[in-house]
Design a protein around this ligand. Structure first.
Ligand SMILES: Nc1ncnc2c1ncn2[C@@H]1O[C@H](COP(=O)(O)OP(=O)(O)OP(=O)(O)O)[C@@H](O)[C@H]1O
Ligand SMILES: [Mg+2]
Length: 275
């Protein structure tokens, strides 16, 4: 088992082996929100294929230039997987690369946001063991919950843990064996329907009961709002809207979305964070 070295930077990993749950969108919103509190944030994109978070930041950079803004774009790096034929050598090379990228981002930042792909990769596994905070967004669906635990089809009670929960458990063991404090694992529901439903209630109950079993904190999440999809091409986030001229007309939904995001950040209990 590889030893995880202690870091001066607070590492926030966005992880879920399920794709399309809002990891990159949430990563971008966290990055900008933390920056706006006066902290320095570095970004590491482990989703080498899609590079959504990198694309989001590139859009932000282009927007900043086009509008003559003096915003600081966080330093952002992408980890490229090794192509060595031998698995052992490949994994060794990837572990070294990840360490060197984090060494670089650690130098000048207070926080490091790492975005994982929606699947199991060696990079993602390594990153999970490095997380001070692991944030797992999930869609409000029992299909997504299935990666954390199997539920009884009649009672919706938790039957047993499944893949992703077991892999986080392994990462926590790896941290423990390296003498590091346990990861603060935070699970949120994303794209929560704004209308009331039985499914919403059942998901809520299942996550509340699951959090005790697998030691995560289940905190309030983000509703499904079109604004999240619209902001990407300009590289903007909800927290920028008050600072730009060409913003969409502010609606109650935007104000509510900002409130939810703010609440999420407060509940993350990041070091030095004050509301
Ligand atoms: N709260 C939200 N409301 C509405 N749409 C959202 C919300 N969060 C994310 N989305 C949209 O859902 C889609 C998936 O989001 P995103 O790319 O952030 O997920 P991901 O977990 O990073 O996906 P992948 O696993 O493929 O990397 C995107 O189209 C994004 O704009
Ligand atoms: Mg993504």
């Amino acid at each position: 088992m590889q030893v995880i070295k202690p870091r001066d930077v607070h590492i926030i990993v966005l992880g879920n082996e399920k794709g399309g749950t809002g990891k990159s969108t949430t990563a971008m919103h966290l990055t900008v929100s933390i920056q706006k509190q006066g902290f320095k944030v570095g970004v590491l994109d482990l989703d080498t294929r899609q590079r959504s978070l990198t694309r989001y930041l590139e859009n932000r950079e282009a927007y900043t230039v086009a509008h003559g803004l003096n915003w600081t774009i966080p330093e952002h790096l992408v980890a490229t997987p090794s192509d060595l034929p031998d698995m052992g050598e490949r994994e060794r090379e990837e572990a070294e690369l990840l360490d060197s990228l984090i060494d670089r981002l650690e130098e000048d930042n207070d926080f490091l946001v790492i975005d994982c792909p929606g699947g199991r990769t060696h990079f993602a596994q390594l990153a999970h063991a490095m997380a001070n905070t692991l944030l797992t967004p999930m869609n409000d669906s029992f299909v997504d919950l299935d990666l954390l635990a199997r539920v009884d089809p009649e009672t919706y009670a938790i039957d047993r843990l499944s893949l992703y929960a077991e892999s986080v458990w392994d990462s926590r063991k790896q941290r423990g064996a390296s003498g590091l404090p346990s990861t603060d694992w935070v699970v949120i529901r994303n794209r929560i329907s704004t209308t009331h439903s039985k499914n919403r209630q059942r998901m809520d109950a299942a996550l509340k009961s699951l959090q005790k079993r697998i030691a995560f904190r289940y905190v309030s999440g983000l509703s499904d709002r079109v604004i999240y999809r619209e902001l990407f091409p300009k590289g903007l986030t909800l927290v920028d809207l008050k600072d730009v001229d060409d913003k969409p007309k502010l609606t109650l939904s935007h104000v509510a979305a900002r409130y939810e995001l703010r609440k999420l950040l407060d509940q993350l209990s990041l070091p030095g964070w004050h509301d």
